[in-house]
Design a protein around this ligand. Structure first.
Ligand code: PNS
Length: 218
């Protein structure tokens, strides 16, 4: 069965078939992400009904995952049909945990949520979201200080991909001061971080500390 917005994706395919290619370049098929984003985009530019199944993407660095992140995942998993937790690769910052470690830690703590998946991305978030057919980007706001940055990102992402909405959840009060950066700083200086990160993450932090002294806080 064809998706309901197939007519709007078809011109992309037809353009490819009809365009003989510029200056002798091979006429390659459109990238899968381009085709998929056509579907996502067409969902929101017209007043079409809500998709049957809403996929949300929760992006971040997760270096490491905190109880604040975990709370957002738990609430996102209840709100959306599927939640993809996506870890940014190639971030400017030097992470404490490698990409594989961050993914592993996330998978460990989301195993009780059958509709939550963990993956990673590079490049533009909205391109990855569109390729996963996500129509929602989920972000948390802890305090007013988060708001400016999040608002800018939401507007930019909307400009890049109007079919994707950013949905904000307010962090619960007890998590509103937790950040990965502060957890690493407090832990590195010998402070107690229990209750701020899942126990499995705390154990990894202890292992990491015994491997090397955390001298630099990312
Ligand atoms: O947990 P973080 O570090 O606050 O997450 C930031 C993240 C990963 C959401 C943001 O840096 C991002 O989306 N990066 C991907 C590159 C991109 O799409 N940039 C344009 C954003 S408007």
């Amino acid at each position: 069965m064809r998706p309901s917005n197939w007519p709007r994706a078809a011109p992309v395919l037809l353009r490819w078939r009809e365009d003989p290619g510029q200056r002798g370049e091979p006429n390659r098929p459109p990238a899968l992400a381009t085709l998929l984003s056509t579907f996502v985009e067409s969902e929101a530019t017209e007043l079409s009904p809500k998709p049957h199944s809403v996929i949300a993407m929760y992006p971040g660095s997760f270096d490491p995952i905190t109880n604040g992140h975990l709370d957002l995942i738990r609430r996102g998993a209840r709100l959306f049909d599927k939640l993809v937790v996506s870890v940014l690769r190639n971030h400017d910052k030097t992470p404490l945990f490698s990409l594989d470690e961050r993914i592993e830690m996330l998978r460990e703590v989301v195993q009780d949520y059958p509709n939550v998946e963990v993956d990673s991305f590079t490049g533009l978030l909205v391109d990855h979201a569109a390729a996963c057919l996500a129509t929602v980007v989920l972000r948390g706001i802890r305090a007013i200080s988060d708001y400016d940055y999040e608002l800018q990102m939401a507007h930019m992402n909307h400009r890049l991909q109007p079919g994707i909405e950013t949905v904000f959840l307010m962090s619960h009060e007890e998590n509103s001061f937790i950040s990965s950066r502060l957890v690493k700083e407090v832990f590195g200086l010998g402070g107690n971080i229990s209750g701020l990160v899942p126990p499995s993450v705390e154990a990894r932090l202890h292992r990491r500390l015994s491997e090397r002294q955390i001298v630099e806080v990312g």
